[in-house]
Design a binder for this molecule. Structure first.
Ligand SMILES: Nc1nc2c(ncn2[C@@H]2O[C@@H]3COP(=O)(O)O[C@H]3[C@H]2O)c(=O)[nH]1
Ligand SMILES: [Zn+2]
Length: 517
């Protein structure tokens, strides 16, 4: 039998042109994963099996031998050279950009040639962008130069146009729909926020410098499912909305407001789609650099000040050094506060000062600023359902990508990111009930007017996902019972289960979808 298994394994690997370290997955015509074994039923031209090469170790010795060179050491050498040139020349010369472009285009070609799948680099693009590539963290997440230039041109053209009063008012509300706006427009909207909070006049920010700053920020958000430039915008827009809804302008000074808005803009700069737990477990460069202490948040903040170091990007360049010092301290505090491992610590501090909260007390204001960026950071569920739900899909895509990678690399798998365990409703009921609402409620205790804007929609979302979760449970029970009566049936994958459940969800849902969703 052992020999038979090896022969079958060899046959399938040959058919898929897969190497000995690749993982093969076989799907039946219904799309369920099945075992590769000698007991497989023969397929027919009308009911084909589908064989998928899921992964290979790109840094393996075998791959280096078959290629004749080692990709990762080449990449490292290139990075080293680039760093050296950067230090010597002050900026990356055009010739290096061109080389990078050529390497990138070669990589893309390599990844799109199916018969080279044994290299472990092949990405099946025909299945759309929904399906995460197992090599997602190895491929470049950075925006291309062309993409950036294109958006910059559009942004600069649009920034001379007047934004209507209607849009300016809409921008101040949590119901704002980010999905209606493309990146260049989003940059214009960010500019409007700086202008309508009077920052341009108060801090003598030149329009060209603000535009250059926003462009650099845009460039340094990566093309990843969730922690991207649109997330930066949403968090900033929620912060902006909170400032207006609570009339913070009349309670704290403009420097604090400037800190709050700019922290939101910068808070996830250069996020790579892998959280701190991954950084630490995988012993990434960031974890090493920051000694496992909030590696991501430290990095986001460092990138922010790296951008501001250049005079042409420095929106604070006309401020006194005292003011700059205060702003830097404030931004660091706010961005570092977005590390969720500090959630309870910060929330408890806020709760303890709430009964005696004093806007004139700097410590109190600092905690309030940290709480508002935290609220803004996790505020998707406070938005209308048609805005919030696509964000959840993006978040889960990023979570699943990470847990897939953890499995491939043999790292501890982050439970709330595991596609085998997490569904949309299960992910939201716990998060809303235990993390989001307790935080939002405390902010609403200080500002009761927020109740209708952020608490009510979150409660509706919780009710919606709770019903969905119940329906899922019911469906699971039904299926378990059906399986008992038909034991020979093949087991569905979790994805298939979810699909089946979604199909019967409309019948099983006890409550109709709330009107605002
Ligand atoms: N389950 C769930 N988690 C969220 C949601 N919004 C934010 N988060 C989590 O909260 C975290 C806030 O910090 P990060 O941006 O690092 O990562 C975010 C996610 O892990 C949400 O709507 N649902
Ligand atoms: Zn964020």
């Amino acid at each position: 039998m052992q020999l038979f298994n090896s022969i079958i394994d060899y046959l399938f690997r040959s058919a898929a042109e897969a190497g000995p370290h690749d993982i093969l997955k076989l799907y039946n015509p219904k799309g369920n994963i099945i075992n590769i074994s000698p007991r497989l039923e023969p397929n027919t031209p009308t009911s084909c099996y589908k064989l998928e090469v899921v992964a290979a170790d790109c840094s393996s010795v075998e791959l280096a031998v078959s290629l004749g060179f080692d990709l990762s050491s080449m990449e490292k050498r290139l990075q080293g050279l680039e760093k050296k040139i950067l230090t010597d020349a002050g900026e990356t010369p055009a010739v290096v950009y061109e080389m990078k472009r050529q390497v990138e285009s070669f990589r893309e070609k390599l990844e799109s040639v199916e018969h080279l799948s044994w290299l472990g680099l092949f990405k099946d693009l025909s299945e759309g962008t929904q399906k995460p590539s197992p090599f997602y963290h190895k491929t470049t997440l950075r925006k291309t130069r062309e993409e950036c230039e294109h958006v910059r041109e559009k942004f600069l053209q649009m920034s001379t146009l007047e934004v209507s009063e209607e849009v300016r008012q809409y921008l101040k509300t949590p119901t704002f729909d980010n999905w209606q706006w493309e990146d260049a427009e989003i940059m214009v909207l960010l500019q409007v926020m700086y202008s309508d909070l009077d920052f341009i006049a108060t801090f003598n920010i030149e329009p060209e410098v603000l535009q250059q700053f926003l462009y650099e920020v845009y460039k340094r958000y990566n093309n990843i499912p969730f922690h991207n430039f649109k997330h930066c915008f949403c968090v900033t827009q929620m912060m902006y909305g909170l400032i207006w809804l609570t009339d913070l302008k009349s309670k704290i000074d403009s420097i604090d407001l400037l800190i709050m808005l700019t922290s939101a803009v910068c808070h996830d700069l250069d996020h790579t789609g892998y959280n701190n737990a991954y950084q630490i477990n995988a012993r990434t460069e960031l974890a090493l650099r920051y000694n496992d202490i909030s590696p991501l948040e430290n990095h986001h903040c460092a990138v922010a000040f790296e951008i501001l170091e250049k005079n042409e990007n420095n929106i604070f360049r006309n401020l006194t050094s005292e003011q700059y010092k205060r702003i830097r301290e404030g931004i660091i505090k706010c961005i570092l506060a977005t590390d969720m491992t500090r959630h309870n610590e910060i929330l408890n501090r806020f709760k303890s000062i709430l009964p005696v909260f004093d806007f004139g007390n700097k410590d109190h204001r600092d905690v309030l600023m940290m709480i508002t960026i935290k609220v803004s950071d996790i505020s998707n569920e406070a938005r209308p359902m048609d805005v919030a739900e696509p964000w959840l899909d993006c978040l889960l895509q990023e979570f699943y990508n990470q847990s897939d990678m953890e499995k491939l690399e043999g790292l501890p798998v982050t439970p709330f990111m595991d596609r085998e365990k997490v569904t949309k409703p299960s992910s939201q009921t716990g998060f809303i009930g235990f993390v989001l609402l307790p935080l939002f409620i405390e902010l609403a205790n200080l500002f009761p007017c927020l109740e209708q804007h952020i608490i009510d929609p979150v409660k509706k979302a919780l009710a919606y996902y709770t019903e969905m979760e119940k329906a899922l449970e019911k469906e699971k029970l039904n299926r378990a019972q059906a399986d008992k009566t038909a034991p020979a049936k093949t087991k569905d994958t979790p994805q298939q289960n979810q699909q089946n459940t979604a199909d019967s969800l409309s019948e099983a849902m006890v409550a109709p979808k709330p009107a605002t969703f």
